[in-house]
Design a protein around this ligand. Structure first.
Ligand SMILES: [Zn+2]
Ligand SMILES: [Zn+2]
Length: 180
């Protein structure tokens, strides 16, 4: 089995129970921060190789790149822990994540973008994987795209593309391991 730990930017992380959702604690100002969540603490000081940040989003290099370019894009706030909790309301957020990704990597070859599906998700803070250029061998195993027939719909997989997520949410569904 491939290792599912590469989205950790630091090997000294204390977040080692990816299945359990952390308790979301609201702080003043309404911004959501989760204690002990390494992505809630993304900063250059904490060892993140940040390539872009604004009020809403942060983009940084994956510590163990599985393609020529391998970025992670996260909402600054702990909006949800994983792709499974996304609903229609989050479509604008996905849209901003996609446009940021598009602005950060070359458009040829077309970048691959998607999410891990728990329990196969190593950091419980929503993060979009963005790959540009060919995968490494492990990358191909870790981030497979499963399709249902010739449809864009999702097949059985622990990885789901952003297109598949948007389609599922637009139809009022939720993302899971099975076919969407
Ligand atoms: Zn991941
Ligand atoms: Zn977080």
């Amino acid at each position: 089995m491939p290792s599912f730990s590469s989205c950790f930017p630091s090997s000294s992380s204390k977040t080692n129970n990816p299945i359990q959702d952390p308790l979301i604690s609201s702080t003043t100002g309404g911004s959501k921060v989760v204690k002990g969540c390494i992505f809630c603490n993304s900063s250059k000081e904490n060892g993140f190789n940040i390539v872009y940040e604004d009020n809403q989003l942060i983009a940084f290099h994956d510590r163990k790149p599985r393609a020529k370019i391998h970025l992670l894009i996260i909402p600054r706030e702990h909006v949800v822990s994983s792709v499974k909790q996304l609903t229609k309301e989050h479509l604008p957020l996905l849209d901003s994540m996609r446009s940021l990704a598009t602005s950060l990597v070359p458009d040829r070859p077309p970048p691959k973008m998607g999410f891990h599906i728990p329990p196969f998700s190593s950091v419980p803070h929503l993060h979009l994987h963005v790959f540009s250029g060919p995968h490494t061998l492990i990358g191909r195993l870790k981030y497979p795209i499963a399709r249902r027939g010739r449809d864009i719909g999702k097949g059985w997989s622990w990885f789901v593309t952003i297109d598949q997520v948007e389609k599922i949410l637009q139809d009022g569904g939720k993302v899971g391991l099975g076919t969407g």
